[in-house]
Design a protein around this ligand. Structure first.
Ligand SMILES: NC(=O)c1ccc[n+]([C@@H]2O[C@H](COP(=O)([O-])OP(=O)(O)OC[C@H]3O[C@@H](n4cnc5c(N)ncnc54)[C@H](OP(=O)(O)O)[C@@H]3O)[C@@H](O)[C@H]2O)c1
Length: 286
């Protein structure tokens, strides 16, 4: 079975590709140099030519704040190219797993978001990803849409690495405590993706690690565990601040915990708590 991973240089794509290859799967990665998603008119053909049994579409325009000024580019990559990827998969007769985000929700709820809860994105990135989901479903109703959140891992840029860098430089970190969600380690997402493929799943699924955290909680754990494990930590602590003290161009959902009820029924193991996976990731990059 041939598996094609887009965004193979990104956080999730890289992790997934390496995991699949280590497991002996016939997995190939594709990156921007081979297939530029900002030119969607070429994408369907490029995907179809690969003749993959499964395409895991991890590539996306992921710069949440910059998307507010690069609206057209974000939609081209996250909606139009996602549609073209689905068209390419349909043409070659394969299956598609498309990765999406908790940012399609507005965060006004106070119970975990289920797969069929109403979308109401607050910013351009979330809207472009939501329209991308819909475009994929239109072309390939049996596609898997996997929504995740707060992604971090050994490859690429993320919050964990930023906190470790700042903790080595500064006396104190200030991090928002009124945005709540759940971190997701790329290795755990990749494991969930393998399970979805293996089960021949279709439809919409949510996956993050277990537990709930604010960005402040997450930062505190990064510093605490980082210190224990021997990372250079100069910062004495993390100070919780409200989002209003850290304004960003894009509005973010204040509460975006995703329900894992559906995917728990598919996995043959418990989903690790986010603190447990954070520790494993820190040990990996140490
Ligand atoms: N990061 C998060 O917190 C988060 C949260 C929820 C959902 N997600 C979703 O999870 C998926 C994976 O995210 P990630 O964190 O792994 O993202 P990432 O590290 O930013 O990687 C995104 C990948 O997309 C590629 N890409 C961007 N523009 C492209 C273009 N024009 N043509 C071809 N490739 C292009 C990037 O290539 P370059 O390396 O060349 O730039 C990169 O390899 C995405 O669908 C994202 O929306 C992410």
């Amino acid at each position: 079975m041939k598996i094609l991973v887009t965004g193979a240089a990104g956080q999730l794509g890289r992790e997934l590709l390496l995991m699949l290859q280590a497991a002996g799967e016939e997995a190939v990665g594709i990156d921007r140099a081979e297939l530029d998603l900002s030119r969607p008119e070429r994408v369907a053909e490029g995907i179809a030519a690969q003749g993959a049994d499964w395409v895991i579409h991890c590539a996306a325009y992921t710069q949440v704040d910059k998307a507010e000024e690069e609206r057209e580019l974000a939609f081209r990559i996250n909606r139009d190219a996602a549609r073209a990827v689905a068209q390419g998969v349909r043409a070659s007769g394969g299956r598609l797993l498309h990765v999406s985000t908790d940012f399609i929700f507005d965060g006004a709820q106070s119970r975990p978001y289920r797969e069929d809860d109403a979308a109401n994105p607050l910013g351009v990135y979330g809207q472009s990803k939501w329209e991308g989901e819909q475009a994929v479903r239109e072309v390939l109703p049996e596609a898997v849409i996997l929504r995740t959140a707060w992604v971090y891992g050994a490859h690429g840029h993320n919050f964990v690495k930023t906190m470790l860098r700042l903790a080595a430089e500064r006396e104190e970190l200030r991090v928002v405590d009124d945005q709540v969600g759940t971190p997701a380690w790329t290795a755990d997402i990749a494991t969930a993706i393998r399970a979805l493929i293996g089960a021949g799943a279709s439809g919409t699924w949510h996956f993050t690690n277990e537990g709930v955290a604010s960005w402040y909680d997450f930062a505190e754990s990064i510093l605490g565990l980082g210190r224990e494990l021997g990372f250079p930590v100069k910062a004495r602590g993390v100070r919780p601040i409200p989002t209003s003290d850290f304004p960003t161009p894009a509005k973010r959902p204040p509460w975006s915990v995703l329900s894992k009820r559906k995917i728990r029924g598919l996995l043959d193991h418990d989903i690790p708590h986010w603190r447990q996976s954070l520790e494993r990731m820190l040990k990996e990059i140490l």
